[in-house]
Ligand binder design. Sequence first.
Ligand code: 3PG
Length: 204
Amino acid sequence: MQDAPVIPVIVLTDVAQAVLLARALVAGGIRMLEVTLRTPQALACIEAIARDVPEAVVGAGTVRSAADAQASAMAGARFAVSPGYTHAVGQACHDAGIPLLPGVATGSEIMAAQEDGLTELKFFPAMQAGGPAMLKAWGGPFGDVHFCPTGGVTIENAGAFLALPNVVCVGGSWLTPADALAHGNWSRITALAYQARQLKRSFC
Ligand code: 3PG
């Protein structure tokens, strides 16, 4: 989470694009990459990036079950991100030896994740669930928890999140627009990554 201010949330449908996209993001200074398990090709894309782009640290997103966690680790994912938290997913990631960044949107969910030893959490969906004001409020009772807000975060509003002391980084899909992917516009993606890399944060 401390590596860069933004973790790109990536949806890939073409294994041939995976390595080119990963290289484009790395060229812009972003190497922590979340490839979501939302397409049938996602695991193969993770495998290709893990094999061919050693400068990247590829993880799996949208991990919703123990089976997802196991398959992700087998494919070479080095971390997992989930939209919510269950003990089963937490245990499966622990057993597979990959760190989990689980999604939370309420105090009870934070407490459940904390009970299992997790203190680095994704706030999801960040804008819809209360935005920076929500994280500011959580900074009181959950002052020992660090967040990666994701969902509705853009280059325009990222700064408001990153200015908070309990925000380490943000996540978002804006670095990999579908039309840039469709046209193989890698220089645009590198430029978006470079721009994101320059975002200032108070945590780090
Ligand atoms: C996610 O899919 O994890 C986030 O919803 C990404 O949200 P965004 O597309 O609004 O950045």
